[in-house]
Design a protein around this ligand. Sequence first.
Ligand code: ASP
Ligand code: MG
Length: 420
Amino acid sequence: MKVFKFGGASINTAERIQNTGNILRSYSGGKILVIISAMGKTTNALEKVVDAFFEGRKEDALKLFEQVKESHLTLLKYLISINWQQAENRLKDFFTEVEWLLHDKPVRDYDYYYDQVVCCGELLSTSLVSDYLNETGIKNKWLDVRDIVRTDDNFRDAYINWKYTEQKIKTDVEPLFAEYDIVLTQGFIGSTDENESTTLGREGSDFSAAIFANILNAESQTIWKDVEGVMNADPKEFPDAQVIDALSYREVVEMAYYGAQVIHPKTIKPLENKNIPLHVRCFLKPDIAGTVISNKPVHNLPPIIVLKKNQVLMELSSKDFSFVEEKPIAQLHEMFSQIKIRPNLSQNGAVSLLCCLDDKTEKIEKLALAASEIFDVQLEKNLTLLTIRHYSREKYEELTKGKTVLLMQRTPETVQVLMR
Ligand code: ASP
Ligand code: MG
């Protein structure tokens, strides 16, 4: 059994949905659990619907939702001919669920509504793709993952109830493979004991796929993307970025920690626990192997570069020139956890502390204000944090040339530089 995850870009046009079908057809005979994201930018569009609804702009919310409906209905017309009525009715049922909610007034908190509305992106895309595949002879069983993946009610970042979910996958999903080669369902969403929809955090469907891979003891998981694999840098910033053939789980976790937007960070653990290799492959070039991520240590990696822009340097100095000791440091950490902000880099000196943070303006202001009770606080904005794993002196010099380095930290494997 394999687990495939198709991201939003792999199904954002009729041709791409057909292409996804061709990929699945090329694996016919095998058993595949398929996880699909919302189409293209649907999740962003649905976020705007929730914002409008929550701000009391009901008409705007309905209008914005109308666009989401249109884009799905248009694709449906294009892709499905024989069973279009049935397929359309399925989409319409999901539309109704959302519209019914949009007609109400918000009485609960934002995150709750977010999940009830945003989850429909995945329900619509999977329903459409499943009907299309069935019509073209790629027989598959569609499932509402909310009947399977159980979570707590920490809306927008819900926590998986592994025990319940495992039981459900064993009793309700695994047996379906006796009759079907393909079982197709949603990533990113789940539900609570009370049948409320939940989401697992943006880009969470990589993680959903890993949950299924773990519980089904899959031989592998594949994430189909619009890039040729995991690259050593963002090709938009570094045109000579290259695909890395093989990576270890550990390396990928490290890359995610430093801010590389490769794979949802929660994805690795369920795979690592069962030693399931993760392939990252390109749906536009299914003939090339892409990247494989496994427990095998990989040597001679190229320098891996992560750039984080929009950084703030906060300098916290003791007010009376005394040493910065444990107590104020502990107080500062308490502030970090209360404000839910984590420094990307920090360094202690005798009478001051330096922290590099993402410039989330509201949080930075809160932190600066709270910290000014115990420290003198100075801020510098518009900085860039460069991380190079497996660095060489040449690479370091090339990437810091002409910049002012404000802070630097180095281990044998990783160098981090905050620069202006
Ligand atoms: N559709 C969701 C998002 O765009 C989840 C995902 O694609 O993984 O964040
Ligand atoms: Mg995505």
